[in-house]
Design a protein around this ligand. Sequence first.
Ligand SMILES: NC(=O)c1ccc[n+]([C@@H]2O[C@H](COP(=O)([O-])OP(=O)(O)OC[C@H]3O[C@@H](n4cnc5c(N)ncnc54)[C@H](OP(=O)(O)O)[C@@H]3O)[C@@H](O)[C@H]2O)c1
Length: 236
Amino acid sequence: MKNQKIVIIGGSSGIGLETAKQVISLGAEVVIASRSEDKLHKAKEMLGPRAAAYVLDTTDEQQVKSFFEQVGKYDHLVISAAETSGGSFLQLETVQARKLFESKFWGPYYAAKYGAPKLSAQGSITLFSGVVAYKPMIGSSALGAVNAAVSNLGQTLALELAPIRVNIVSPGIIDTPSRSKMPENTRNQFYATVADKLPVKRVGHPEDVAQGVLYLIHNHFVTGTVLHVDGGHTLT
Ligand SMILES: NC(=O)c1ccc[n+]([C@@H]2O[C@H](COP(=O)([O-])OP(=O)(O)OC[C@H]3O[C@@H](n4cnc5c(N)ncnc54)[C@H](OP(=O)(O)O)[C@@H]3O)[C@@H](O)[C@H]2O)c1
């Protein structure tokens, strides 16, 4: 990782932040980007001098384009940025489902589109899908569909952007700040219920998924793969 520049969009929280920590500990330089200046500031303090931070909303195509113009040449791209939501199909407002696609599909789409031309030919892109694409769940119609769309986008890009490698991580239920708006009791109850059903008997930690991302960055024989880091969730 020495002298490698890794761009992590969504690197101010959760899995993206943990990935940033791990690649920095291996000697890389990191560029993190997300919307909230406050989150970026805290993350940069944690990551130290080998991290640079940029304010970016991936749902704005022009912002994504100018972000990559500022970043210049780099070695690997990780796109963990997304704000997700769910809800019963008949009750969920269509506008909410469209918002989810703006964030979780179009954001990564723009990032891959404007990020790929600046990537090293030996570089890689890692996109994020999620377990509900592979194990349909009640209340996750739009989320399942958008995750499946991201996986397919990644596999097609693995062909089209070659020799750049493109892979997809599909996390299971991971304890990250993405559920910070849930009341603590409800969240803990949810994690306990999920853990009980999983072969590994626990929910995931950001470290579990970051290790998967590092594997995809490192292994030059892996492209077009969906790496399930879900504690066996899809088997249940
Ligand atoms: N945690 C899970 O259980 C789980 C399960 C399956 C899949 N995943 C996927 O894993 C990925 C990472 O999730 P996480 O749990 O690490 O989430 P997280 O802790 O909420 O982190 C998400 C990051 O994305 C940034 N972000 C959100 N919307 C953005 C936008 N429009 N433009 C730029 N940055 C944006 C957030 O910062 P700002 O708010 O400052 O923008 C934050 O840095 C996501 O794609 C998620 O769908 C997670």
